[in-house]
Design a protein. Sequence first.
Length: 250
Amino acid sequence: MAGHSKWHNRVHRKMRQDAKKGALYSRMAREIMMAAKEGADPTANFRLRVAIEKAREAGVPADNIERAIRRGSGQEEGIQYEELTYEGYGPGGVAIIMEIMTDNRNRTAGEIRHLFSRHGGSLAESGAVAWMFERKGLLTLKEAPSLDEETLLMDAAEAGAEDVQITEEGAQVVTAPEDLARVREALSANGYDFSDASLVMMPTTTVEPENEEDIKKAVRLLQALEDHEDVQHVFTNLSLSDEAWEKVEA
């Protein structure tokens, strides 16, 4: 699981620094639309509530959020998106899962296939790499200088969490998918503040390619996938040492 967290933290920090507002707003609006298909009331629809909170934190205008809710719930006409999951292998045997939202699956499939080919990877059949991952809930705590690790561990366990990860970037609480909302509400009641709450695919085992060039190619592929407008989430079992990251970022 730590492999997921390190890639997740690094790539999403980069996205926050580099992303153009238009592309970011579009991605978040699509997430709201898909979540709103399960109900337009965020108090009863946890996925929608999380999507709205993320959009607000990113500065998405309220009108955009409301329009996405109306379109997703069928109250207003607009482009219809479908959710897809693609799987593939990157250089060095790195496993990759992508969650896609698209209005044209043929176009998206061709573009994703091209990205894999250009960066030395290949798309795979459904299920080819999914067995190496587990669906989990992930809560990311906002940075808090006063955070006490022992207290967090105890509070998370009492709330029903499965694991707590403490890294140089902060703390994350791992839950069973069905427990994400309940654990978040319990910890929020104890004064914890979260910057993110989402369902993710966590690798059961991680890999670090032996070849330095494979490492660089794998990272470039993952970044290219993150940048694609139809890709909502990218999950991987790539796990790099600090030394390897320094070479990639050099």
